[in-house]
Structure formats: C-alpha cells, structure tokens
Write a protein of this length. Structure first.
Length: 154
C-alpha cells in the first residue's frame, strides 16, 4: 500500500466509518420487524447519498444531537465527508454481519468493517479494519443516527 494514502485515510476515518454504517444496513430486510426495515431503508438512502458524494444528504440522516469521537458533531461530520469526497475518488466498505438491538424508539447496531479509499485505480490507496457501534433514534417513523464509535483492529 502507498504510505501516504494510509496516513490520509487515518485523518478522515470518521466519515468513512459513517459510510460503512450505511453500507451495513443496505442489506435486504426480509423477515425483519417494521422498525428494523425502516432503519435499513434509511441506511440505503444514506448509502446512495455517499455514492453520489452528497454530503448534505449524509448530514440529513444524522440527528441534530449527533455525536462521534472527539466531540464530532453533525456539522463536523458533514465537513469531514466533504473532505473525504475530495481526497478519495472512491470509498469502499466490506461489512461483516450486523447485530441490531431494538429498544422502543432506539436501536444499536454493531459490526466489523474493512474500509478502503482510493483514486479509482484497481487497488485502493488505503485500507483499515474497524469494529463499529452506531446508535439510532426513531422519531415519527424516521431513523436518525445519534452516535458512532469505532475501534481500529490490526
């Protein structure tokens, strides 16, 4: 791997982890409860926004009180997304099995993800593995991400 790409990926990993969260929920919702289906639909919309490099739509899925590592807030997540869209022509995520816990109008999702960022070439410029936990709140039938946390592996 290109050393500079690994460093660049580390600086903007928050956005990529948020992107991975949306990819994790883009799986089919067969046999799921209605709230879980709606959550997966929301994540599918988020995935589409990321693929279009639409930071505004990404921000729209985050709750007003969203918080990430290092006191990352909703506006900060948008700025990080914009930076990543400029830095990497492509962002990829290979998501492992997703464990979802529903509690009334809240949900927690845990999964592992391999993230890549690149310039569109055959091989990515950077790749990292993470264990991710996301928090969600449903208000009037719409899910919004309230939190994200991740821990690097390897």
């Amino acid at each position: 791997m290109h050393r500079q790409g690994v460093v660049a990926m580390g600086k903007g990993k928050g956005f990529v982890v948020v992107a991975a969260a949306c990819l994790a929920f883009a799986l089919a919702a067969c046999g799921r409860s209605a709230p879980e289906e709606r959550l997966r639909e929301t994540m599918g919309e988020l995935q589409a926004a990321i693929e279009k490099k639409d930071a505004s739509a990404l921000e729209g899925v985050l709750a007003e009180d969203f918080v990430g590592p290092g006191s990352l807030d909703r506006a900060g997540a948008r700025r990080m997304a914009q930076m990543m869209f400029l830095r990497h022509g492509t962002v990829g995520a290979n998501v492992g099995p997703v464990a979802i816990e529903l509690q009334d109008e809240h949900a927690t999702a845990r999964f592992s993800v391999a993230l890549t960022g690149g310039s569109g070439q055959l091989l990515p410029d950077a790749a990292r593995l993470y264990d991710v936990t996301t928090g969600w709140r449903e208000v009037d039938g719409e899910w919004r991400m309230t939190s994200v946390a991740w821990e690097g592996r390897l």
